[in-house]
Design a binder for this molecule. Structure first.
Ligand SMILES: NC(=O)c1ccc[n+]([C@@H]2O[C@H](COP(=O)([O-])OP(=O)(O)OC[C@H]3O[C@@H](n4cnc5c(N)ncnc54)[C@H](OP(=O)(O)O)[C@@H]3O)[C@@H](O)[C@H]2O)c1
Length: 236
């Protein structure tokens, strides 16, 4: 069988773990992206217990340019066949305040992780992924402002990430770069990111991981697409 190798950031828990698990169950060799060795080891143990082929752990702290450079270099040396990057790691920022009360440092930190760090890792991996005619999948939320839910730091950081996806998809297509990039909105999912909220309309990481893996494995070209796994729940 053809070897397929994926690097999932934030694979140690939440949606990232679900995606790593279901890609693994579908035959992908998994490289766990995590920033903490113990949390990575726990995830690897759980993935292996499912019979998944885990190639290893690569440390990546998206707030740290040196860590990102080190991760990209390690991936290139140890896993030259890497063909899929799942940009999943992300933070919520402070969702409890309106924009008038949002701290500038919160805006900076959320942008740093969800956009700047994600961009830096993606940029560093473009040559390797292009050599392997690879793909990049971003896990995100819509750029449009919802009347029901609109935390400024989170939404702006993801809007920037979504713009990155659109720009890169256009450039890859125009330049003939053999790379595909697209975004997936998993919909509301019960995880640590939202304090494990489980309102009606929320999904679990198993279901979301499975749906994302099915989408990635559907054999279609998704260049430049923003894909909704579920419609956004309209609160009464
Ligand atoms: N949950 C939802 O309803 C929902 C909806 C739409 C989109 N998403 C997106 O889905 C993605 C995963 O979120 P989740 O809900 O699964 O959250 P989660 O359970 O909190 O997991 C977040 C993951 O990102 C990692 N991470 C956080 N900051 C990082 C940093 N600075 N450098 C490297 N890794 C970092 C975390 O690592 P540690 O364990 O070390 O902190 C963890 O592995 C995010 O991009 C989020 O925006 C979530």
């Amino acid at each position: 069988m053809e070897e397929k190798t994926v690097f999932v950031t934030g694979a140690n828990k939440g949606i990232g773990f679900g995606i790593a698990k279901h890609l693994g169950l579908a035959g992908w060799q998994v490289i766990v992206g995590a920033r903490d060795e113990k949390r990575a080891a726990k995830a690897i143990e759980a993935l292996k217990a499912e019979g998944i082929e885990v190639l290893g752990w690569v440390s990546v702290e998206l707030k740290d340019p040196a860590s990102i450079a080190q991760a990209a270099s390690e991936l290139g040396k140890r896993y030259p066949k890497l063909s899929l990057l799942v940009n999943n790691a992300g933070i919520p920022g402070d969702m409890s305040v309106d924009s008038a009360h949002t701290e500038i440092r919160d805006i900076r930190e959320t942008l740093e992780v969800n956009f700047v760090g994600t961009f830096a890792l993606t940029k560093a991996l473009i040559p390797l992924l292009a050599r392997n005619h690879g793909r990049i999948a971003n896990i995100t939320v819509p750029s449009e402002v919802s009347p029901y839910w609109h935390p400024l730091a989170y939404v702006t950081s993801k809007a920037a990430q979504n713009a990155m996806m659109g720009v890169m998809a256009t450039e890859f297509a125009q330049s003939g770069t053999p790379l595909e990039i697209f975004s997936i909105h998993p919909g509301p999912t019960t995880t640590d990111l939202n304090g494990n909220m489980a309102l009606p309309g929320f999904h679990d990481t198993e279901t979301v991981g499975q749906k994302v893996a099915e989408l990635i494995n559907d054999g279609r070209n998704h260049q430049g697409e923003f894909i909704e796994l579920y419609p956004i729940v309209e609160e009464k």
